[in-house]
Design a binder for this molecule. Sequence first.
Ligand SMILES: Cc1cc2nc3c(=O)[nH]c(=O)nc-3n(C[C@H](O)[C@H](O)[C@H](O)COP(=O)(O)OP(=O)(O)OC[C@H]3O[C@@H](n4cnc5c(N)ncnc54)[C@H](O)[C@@H]3O)c2cc1C
Length: 420
Amino acid sequence: METHTPGSTPSITVDCGHVLVVGGGIGGIGAALALRRSGADVTLVERAHEFGEVGAGLQMAPNATRILERWGLLDKLLEVGVTPQFMVFRDAVTGEEILRQDLQGEFRERFGAPYIVAHRTDLHRILLEAAVEAGVTMKNDVTVTGYATVDGRGSVRTADDSVLVADAVIGADGLRSTLRSELSADEPVPSGYVAYRGALPISEVTSAADMESVVVWLGPHCHLVQYPLRKGNMFNTVAVFQSPAFLRGEEEWGSEDELEEAYSACVPQVRAALANLGRTRSWPMFDREPIESWVKDRLLLVGDAAHPMLQYLAQGACQALEDAALLEDLAAATEAFPANAAAWDSILGDFNADRAPRTARVQRVARTWGESWHVDQRIPKLLRNMLFKAAGSSDIGQYIDWLYADSEATKELSFQGVQH
Ligand SMILES: Cc1cc2nc3c(=O)[nH]c(=O)nc-3n(C[C@H](O)[C@H](O)[C@H](O)COP(=O)(O)OP(=O)(O)OC[C@H]3O[C@@H](n4cnc5c(N)ncnc54)[C@H](O)[C@@H]3O)c2cc1C
């Protein structure tokens, strides 16, 4: 075995077999499960001492819940999640409802799977349990520091100076991915917006709670999202606003004072909902510019490491699951997978060719979608509200088929709508 860096000898070299996945978030566990289901020996390493997710609720659109159904996990998520009746958009300054989309009935039929809102720890746990049950080897306290191709195989070095080798390395190490630096010198792009989140037992929720909808309040340079969790026993609130300190170029931005001020023009119901947010932690929001290649030899990036996006379309985790599902499809279409290690070259190339244009589109539309939410001038607001109202009374598929429909089915849908 060659050493990783000329002149330095690793303390230990471990052969992980077919696949090594780096990162135990939703993206990494999804990819590990998908490849294990395809028959590969998979080892997943995670730098944290325990597997877990920080944060509150997560919206899972039909493009992701179809994949959970394929893996036999949809019922488990339905047991702990909520299938909202409506997605409702309101003007946060006037309180006016501008769009009400039914998420049941025709919507569910059209996309062949439900829209679910769930606690992100529940989804993470369900995926983790499935991956362990399928036979993925899990290791915590392993921080990957770099990648090299050694004897045609993928290899990573870890912080404790070990080297892990496998036929392919899947980098699922998130927004601030170490492995992405093997492919690109780019940096995360700050949006200047910051999120505060809160998931409270329903008995502790102070403001009025619509228990059958995902409600999105659109305000000037801010929005607020509310929905029920865990069969209605919990309630999720997310407040996202533009930080004046960021605009002034200050290093610290998105303080609690800024949070209160950001919603001062909003209706009392929105201002009251701020009491349901946790105040000890906030999430400054970043994405990255799309890049064309996520592949270097036997290294492939997936999830936020490959295509981090602003959360306005609620698609980051959904797209990570789409990544996993395609890996499974490509493995299934490969003769003698996983024994035929040479096939990884075409699997990784085909994956990149299929996924990069789609996720680049989602990344770009997420930015534009967020901008349309946050307008503050009278005329743009008027136009935005008119457009939302018109969308509600038209065929909604023209706006969302590209995102939610099965890709094969999408080709057959007559899509003449707005080009994103
Ligand atoms: C406010 C907010 C709301 C959101 N809402 C939604 C939503 O409703 N629906 C949706 O689909 N998406 C949503 N998202 C996006 C979604 O959370 C992410 O896209 C998704 O969690 C990314 O998963 P990941 O596994 O790719 O990355 P991560 O969850 O970041 O996981 C990366 C993992 O890699 C580990 N790691 C990092 N570096 C190393 C290393 N060097 N060595 C070993 N391990 C390492 C980390 O510890 C972590 O466990 C939201 C995001 C935000 C910020």
